[in-house]
Design a protein around this ligand. Structure first.
Ligand code: FEO
Length: 393
């Protein structure tokens, strides 16, 4: 793929990985993106997962012959795993990266930090390749502390490291966002799963990027963004400010024998009957928890429904709530359904886990189920449905 006259794509697709970052299912595979900038001097932007080192080095040779620079924006092994192979294949090449990244290289590669073949760059430094001048932007915690982004003023390209990444291999989802018609869904799951904790740091980088004339975004994962950049940057702005992107209610539940599930399905029907714009129901024991986390950040309201278990809450619900709170969950309306056959505790425990979050509104109508729905708890569900729906009138 050609990104401009001088910039070529040399990344690889991974259809073998079971869990990306040891954590995330990737039904469409994964791409580790890398780019070559050809000029009087040639630079390669980032390496790829070590399992693809040979394939990537062949692509680099074909595109660039013998490159002068390897620019490392991020040291997580999905991008740094082929650095050693590259430095052996191209013994004249120099590594360009942040000081923190070189410290990480020594840790990852048994002391190898390329002291005699390196160029340390910091915020605002420029690397002249010929007609292309690359300037470096520090982007700490988007997604690790050593991260830099790179701007090519000639072709107006931002190399954005993990930011604007998306799950999915490019031979499955498309090489650019002209072919990828569902970028937001997997980009949102990726953002909240991987970068979601670092909203303020993402905001800081967006502010720096706002001063640049950007026509193309080359991320380390997902398609190259060549159109509608305002839409993509706008979503990143919403997500990193922890603003809700969509109106609607997520009902996240666990159910042991089906009685809590029955209550959840009843509430979903009541909400739909009252015209709530979107109702998303997720079974935390069986559905992808990263998808549930994404939805909980996306929509303005979440109902938590679970069973009292070991005098606490069911384990999948505990994991779900912790996945939210550790990512600075905030600015939501919350409601609770608890089930307990003799001593319901779940609502109290869930509220306790969420009460430290900023700017939360707790609904007045909690629902208590003693084993199975009855007239009293059905009436409480009606009251909760009225309360939830009233916000969308
Ligand atoms: Fe794609 Fe944070 O690595």
């Amino acid at each position: 793929m050609k990104i401009s006259e001088d910039i070529l794509y040399v990344g690889v697709n991974d259809h073998d990985i079971d869990l990306f970052e040891g954590h995330y299912i990737v039904p469409e595979g994964m791409a580790y993106n890398s780019y070559v900038i050809k000029d009087a001097k040639t630079a390669v932007m980032d390496s790829v997962d070590g399992r693809f080192a040979d394939e990537w080095i062949e692509k680099v040779k074909e595109a660039a012959g013998s490159p002068d620079y390897l620019i490392i924006q991020h040291m997580e092994p999905d991008h740094s795993g082929s650095i050693l192979g590259f430095m052996e294949a191209f013994p004249e090449a120099v590594v360009v990266s942040s000081q923190k990244a070189f410290t990480m290289m020594a840790n990852f590669f048994e002391g190898k930090d390329f002291a005699d073949r390196r160029l340390v760059v910091k915020e605002g430094d420029t690397l002249e390749l010929g007609s292309h001048a690359l300037s470096f932007i520090t982007a700490p915690m988007v997604h690790w502390p050593e991260v830099i982004m790179t701007y090519d003023a000639k072709d107006k390209v931002l190399f954005s490291a993990d930011a604007f990444g998306r799950f999915g291999a490019l031979d499955e989802i498309g090489e650019t966002n002209e072919e990828d018609d569902d970028w937001a869904c997997e980009a949102r799951r990726y953002y909240f799963g991987i970068v979601g904790k670092y909203g303020p740091q993402t905001q800081a980088v967006l502010k720096k990027a706002a001063g640049l004339d950007i026509q193309t975004i080359c991320a380390l994962h997902g398609p190259v963004l060549v159109k509608d950049l305002g839409y993509h940057i706008g979503l990143y702005d919403t997500w990193s400010k922890y603003e809700s992107e969509s109106q609607g209610v997520v009902i996240a539940y666990t159910s042991v024998y089906g009685n809590t599930k029955k209550a959840v399905e009843t509430l979903a029907e009541m909400l739909e009957a009252r015209g709530v714009p979107e109702v998303e129901v997720t079974d935390l024991a069986r559905d992808d928890i990263a998808e549930a986390v994404e939805d909980a950040f996306r929509y303005d309201t979440v109902v938590f429904a679970t069973t009292t278990f070991n005098n606490g809450i069911f384990p999948f619900m505990r994991e779900f709530i912790e996945s939210l709170t550790e990512r600075n969950y905030q600015n939501k309306r919350l409601a609770f359904i608890e089930n307990g056959s003799w001593a319901p505790q779940a609502a109290k425990v869930m509220k306790g886990m969420l009460e430290g979050c900023k700017n939360m509104t707790f609904c007045e109508n909690d629902v208590k189920i003693m084993s199975a729905l009855n007239d009293e708890s059905r009436a409480k569900l009606e009251a909760l449905a009225d309360e939830l729906a009233s916000a969308y009138k």
